[in-house]
Design a protein around this ligand. Structure first.
Ligand code: SAM
Length: 280
C-alpha cells in the first residue's frame, strides 16, 4: 500500500477536523484526488525537486504533489485549523512534508528550500495575483523557482497569457511573458470545488526563462505598465505623465508614438521605454 492510500478520504478529514470552508480565507477545496494528481502532473517532473505549496488547506494537492514524486514539499497555510490534517500527511511521508502556519504574503520560505524549486498553489485569487507579481519581479533573475503552477479565476488566467490588442492584455501579461513562458494547462468548472465558487477556474503553468526576453529594470517596467494600463483607453503621453514629465521624449526614444494606447504596445517596446526611463 502506498503512503497516499493509508490516508483517509478528504471528506472524512474535513469532518474529523471540522474544516468548514471559510469565505474570508477563500476556501474552496479540491477533494477529488484524481484531479489533484492531475494538477500535480501539470507542475512538471517533480522528482528531485522541492515544491513550495501555498495554501494547502486540508491537503488534497499536497497529497498529489507527494504522490507524484516531489523530493520535499514546503506548505504555507494561514488557517491553523488545517494543521492536524497536514500533520497526518507529514506522518505518511516522513521527512518529506514541512508545514508552516503563516500568511504567504509575510513568510519567507526560501531558507527551507533547496533548488531546484517548483511552486504549486490553489490560492484565493487576490493572494495568488499578488504573489505572482512578486515572483515575477525580483531585482535579480533567474528567480528561486523553476516553474509556477497556479490556479486562478479563468479571467485572471486569460490575462496572464493575453496577446497585445486583446481586452485581457495588460500588466499581468507583460510581466508574465517578459520573464517566463506562460500557458493555461487546465480548465476547471465550479463543481470541481467544495463549496463551488461562483466563477470558472483555470490552472496556469509558467516556466522561468533563463534570461528575460528583453533587458529592463523590473521595478521600472512594473511601474510603467501599471500606470499605462490604469488608464488603458488614454493615449500613453497622458496616461504616463505621472511617471515622467518628459514622457513624450522617452516614448519617442523607445519608438512608441506618444498617441498610442497601452493595449497596442508590445513587450519589446515597453522594455525599451523602461530602459529609457531608467537611464534618465
Ligand atoms: N489547496 C487546497 C485545495 O486545493 O483544496 C485549498 C485551496 S483554498 C482555494 C485556498 C487555501 O489558501 C485555503 O486553505 C486558505 O486557508 C489558504 N490561504 C488563504 N490565504 C492565505 C495566505 N495569505 N497565506 C497562506 N494560505 C492562505
Amino acid at each position: 500500500m502506498s503512503a497516499i492510500d493509508s490516508l483517509p478520504p478528504l471528506r472524512e478529514v474535513i469532518a474529523t477536523h471540522q474544516l468548514s470552508a471559510q469565505k474570508s480565507l477563500g476556501q474552496n477545496f479540491l477533494l477529488d484526488l484524481n484531479l489533484t494528481a492531475k494538477i500535480a502532473r501539470k507542475a512538471g517532473d517533480l522528482s528531485g525537486c522541492d515544491v513550495l505549496e501555498i495554501g494547502p488547506g486540508p491537503g488534497g494537492l499536497t497529497r498529489g504533489l507527494l504522490a507524484e514524486g516531489a523530493r520535499r514539499v514546503l506548505a504555507v497555510e494561514k488557517d491553523p485549523r488545517c494543521m492536524p490534517a497536514l500533520e497526518e500527511i507529514a506522518a505518511a511521508y516522513p521527512g518529506q512534508l514541512h508545514v508552516i502556519n503563516g500568511d504567504a504574503l509575510e513568510v519567507n520560505p526560501l531558507e527551507f528550500l533547496t533548488p531546484p524549486v517548483r511552486v504549486a498553489a490553489n490560492l484565493p485569487y487576490n493572494v495568488g495575483t499578488e504573489l505572482l507579481v512578486r515572483w515575477l519581479t525580483p531585482k535579480e533573475w533567474p528567480p528561486f523557482w523553476q516553474s509556477l503552477t497556479l490556479m486562478f479565476q479563468k479571467e485572471v488566467a486569460e490575462r496572464i497569457v493575453a496577446e497585445p490588442g486583446s481586452k485581457a492584455y495588460g500588466r499581468l501579461a507583460l510581466l508574465s511573458q517578459w520573464r517566463a513562458d506562460a500557458q493555461i494547462v487546465l480548465h476547471l468548472p465550479p463543481g470541481a470545488f467544495t463549496p463551488p465558487p461562483k466563477v470558472n477556474s483555470a490552472v496556469v503553468h509558467l516556466t522561468a526563462l533563463t534570461e528575460p526576453r528583453y533587458p529592463a529594470d523590473a521595478a521600472t517596467l512594473s511601474r510603467v505598465v501599471a500606470a499605462a494600463f490604469n488608464q488603458r483607453r488614454k493615449m500613453l503621453r497622458s496616461s504616463l505623465k505621472s511617471v515622467s514629465p518628459e514622457i513624450e521624449d522617452h516614448l519617442n526614444a523607445a519608438g512608441i508614438p506618444p498617441t498610442e494606447r497601452a493595449e497596442q504596445v508590445g513587450l519589446e517596446a515597453f522594455c525599451a521605454l523602461a530602459r529609457s526611463l531608467k537611464k534618465a
